[in-house]
Design a protein around this ligand. Sequence first.
Ligand SMILES: [Zn+2]
Length: 87
Amino acid sequence: MPTYEYYCEKCGRFEEFQRMSDEPLSRCPTCGGPVRRLISRNVSIIFKGSGFYTTDNRSADYKEKAKKDSEAESSSGSSKAPDAAGV
Ligand SMILES: [Zn+2]
């Protein structure tokens, strides 16, 4: 169940567990004042997930290049320099 964050001018920020189908709160459950919804925490989780995925790809690609580098280095040491500058 997603957690929605709201901001009340009197009570400050608070979180509310709601279903996707539930309507967003328009009034504070504590003081009854108007609230506005903040960006959901779920967004940052998705953002982190894609970030890890990108890192995984990059590290795999880096290992591949490093492997080629070491192979090239054994035959000719000078070929390593332009590749390293690209990274
Ligand atoms: Zn309030």
